[in-house]
Design a protein around this ligand. Structure first.
Ligand SMILES: [Zn+2]
Length: 77
């Protein structure tokens, strides 16, 4: 079950849609280049800030967004 996380990803949160569908739709928090970036794989929204603020703004954004996002990613052929 544990898949390999993309490089730089330090935290992942299942979205509301993932909870409903039982699929792996996540908000990924990645760090690199002095920045932390949270990206929703469902709707594409993101939030970015300097890495030192990751725990203050990026992680809370990821957690809040994941809890409410019901977007489904466009299927890839
Ligand atoms: Zn989203």
């Amino acid at each position: 079950m544990p898949e390999t996380w993309p490089e730089g990803v330090v935290a992942r949160y299942l979205t509301k849609a993932a909870e409903i569908l039982g699929e792996d739709i996540t908000v990924d928090v990645a760090e690199g280049d002095g920045y932390a970036t949270a990206t929703c794989k469902g709707c594409g929204s993101d939030h970015r800030n300097e890495r030192v603020y990751a725990n203050v703004t990026v992680l809370p954004w990821a957690i809040d967004h994941a809890a409410t996002c019901r977007a489904m990613p466009r299927p890839t052929p």
